[in-house]
Design a protein around this ligand. Structure first.
Ligand code: PLP
Length: 380
C-alpha cells in the first residue's frame, strides 16, 4: 500500500464481529475470558484496546515501522522513551528542542540521575564532538521549533549507532507525510499526535514507532506498567484525523510556501525561516531528507518586540495561541509561549529574538491568510 492508501486503510480492517467499516470505539476496560488463560487477545484496558490498536497499526505503517505504542499525550510518549535510560547514562539532545522535553529532562530526569546535554546536532561533526562514551540516546528534532533548523538525520543516527546509542527523532513537525526517520537510521520515532496527526486541535496524544522488536517490548512494558495510555475515544479521534493527513499536509505546505514568499518580499520582515525556501540554510538537505516541507514557518520582524506584539495582536483570522498542526492557522510568540522557560541569553543564543513570530499555517484559502497578515503588518 502507498502512503495515502495506508492513512485510510492500514490497521483498519472491518470489525470481525459486526462488519463495522469504521473502527468502533470500544469502551470496555475488561474482556471476558473463555476459560482461565484463554481470551481473545485482550485482557485489560491499560494493556490494550482495539480502537487504540487500530490507530497504532496505522501509525506504524505510516512511519514504516513494525511496532507503535500510543500515549495520552506527546509528553507521555517522550517520558516513556526516556525511561529506556538508566541513572548514569548520558542523553544528548538537540539544543533547540521543544520546551516541554527540555523541562522533562531538566526538572525530572536530571534530578533522578540522568546525565544530559543540549548541543547543536545538525551534522555528524557536531554529534561526534558532543557524544560521550556513556551516551545511550541521541534525541533529535528536525525541523526544530521555531526556526525550522534541520538535522542530517542519517548522519547523526550513524554517529549514535557507532557509539552504541539509540537515536530518537521527534517527528511532530514534519509528520510521516514529510519524512520517515526510521528509513534514515533512527531507532524510535516520537510524535505529539495532538498536532498534525490528530489535525483538528481537539485531541491530545503521543506515539512511539520502532522497527526494533526488543525496544518495542521494553516500551510496551513501560506503557503497561506506568499506564499513560490514551482513552478509546482519543484513539478514535486520532485515527479519524490521520485519514486526511495527506490531504491536509499537502494544503498546509502549499499555503506555507505562498506565505513564506509573501513574507520574504515584505519590507518589514528581516528573515523568513521555512525549509522550502531556497534561502533556508538547510534547503538542500530538506530536499533530500523531506518529501514535504510542512506547514510551520517563522519570521523575524524589523521592529523587535514592539512590532511583534502589534502583529500578534493585529491578526483577525489567525488564532493567537501556542499550539500547532490544526486545520486553523495559528500565530504565536516564541518569546512568551514555547520558549518562555528559557533565559533571554539562551533564547537569543538560539536565534529566537524578540522579533520572531511563528506561524502554523492552516488549510484556509491562502488569499484570506495573506490578506490577514498584510493588514496586521500594516499596524506594525
Ligand atoms: N514535541 C513537539 C515538537 C511539540 O511541539 C509538542 C507540543 O507542542 C510536544 C512534543 C508535546 O506534545 P503534547 O502537547 O501532545 O504533550
Amino acid at each position: 500500500m502507498r502512503f495515502d492508501t495506508k492513512t485510510v486503510h492500514a490497521g483498519q480492517a472491518p470489525d470481525p464481529s459486526t462488519g463495522a467499516t469504521v473502527v468502533p470505539v470500544t469502551l470496555s476496560v475488561v474482556y471476558t475470558y473463555d476459560e482461565v488463560g484463554v481470551n481473545k487477545g485482550f485482557d485489560y484496558g491499560r494493556h490494550c484496546n482495539p480502537t487504540r490498536g487500530a490507530f497504532e497499526r496505522c501509525l506504524a505503517a505510516l512511519e514504516n515501522g513494525s511496532h507503535c505504542l500510543t500515549f495520552a499525550s506527546g509528553m507521555a510518549s517522550a517520558d516513556a522513551a526516556l525511561r529506556l535510560l538508566r541513572p548514569g547514562d548520558h542523553l544528548l539532545l538537540t539544543e533547540d528542542i521543544y520546551g516541554g522535553t527540555w523541562r522533562l529532562v531538566e526538572d525530572i530526569l536530571k534530578p533522578a540521575g540522568l546525565e544530559a546535554t543540549f548541543a547543536p546536532l545538525s551534522t555528524a561533526a557536531q554529534a561526534r564532538s558532543a557524544i560521550r562514551p556513556n551516551t545511550k540516546m541521541v534525541w533529535m528534532e528536525s525541523p526544530t521549533n521555531p526556526l525550522l533548523r534541520l538535522a542530517d538525520i542519517r548522519e547523526v543516527a550513524a554517529v549514535a549507532a557507532q557509539n552504541g546509542a539509540l537515536t530518537v527523532v521527534d517527528n511532530t513537525f514534519a509528520t510521516p507525510f514529510g519524512q520517515n526517520p526510521l528509513d534514515l537510521g533512527a531507532d524510535i520515532v516520537m510524535h505529539s499526535t495532538t498536532k498534525y496527526i490528530g489535525g483538528h486541535s481537539d485531541v491530545l496524544g503521543g506515539a512511539l514507532v520502532t522497527n526494533n522488536h526488543e525496544i518495542a517490548q521494553r516500551l510496551a512494558a513501560i506503557s503497561r506498567i506506568s499506564g499513560a495510555v490514551p482513552s478509546p475515544f482519543d484513539s478514535y479521534l486520532n485515527l479519524r484525523g490521520v485519514k486526511t493527513l495527506s490531504l491536509r499536509m499537502t494544503r498546509h505546505a502549499e499555503n506555507a510556501i505562498r506565505i513564506a514568499r509573501f513574507l520574504e518580499d515584505h519590507p518589514k520582515v528581516i528573515a523568513v525561516y521555512y525549509p522550502g525556501l531556497e534561502s533556508h540554510p538547510n534547503h538542500a538537505l530538506a530536499c533530500t531528507q523531506m518529501r514535504s516541507f510542512g506547514g510551520m514557518l517563522a519570521f523575524e520582524l524589523k521592529g523587535g518586540e514592539e512590532a511583534a506584539l502589534a502583529m500578534l495582536n493585529g491578526v483577525r483570522l489567525f488564532t493567537l495561541t501556542g499550539s500547532l498542526g490544526g486545520v486553523e492557522s495559528i500565530i504565536s510568540y516564541p518569546k512568551e509561549m514555547s520558549h518562555v522557560a528559557l533565559s533571554s541569553a539562551d533564547r537569543l543564543r538560539l536565534g529566537v529574538t524578540d522579533g520572531v513570530v511563528r506561524l502554523s499555517v492552516g488549510i484556509e484559502d491562502p488569499e484570506d491568510l495573506i490578506e490577514d497578515l498584510s493588514q496586521a503588518l500594516a499596524r506594525v
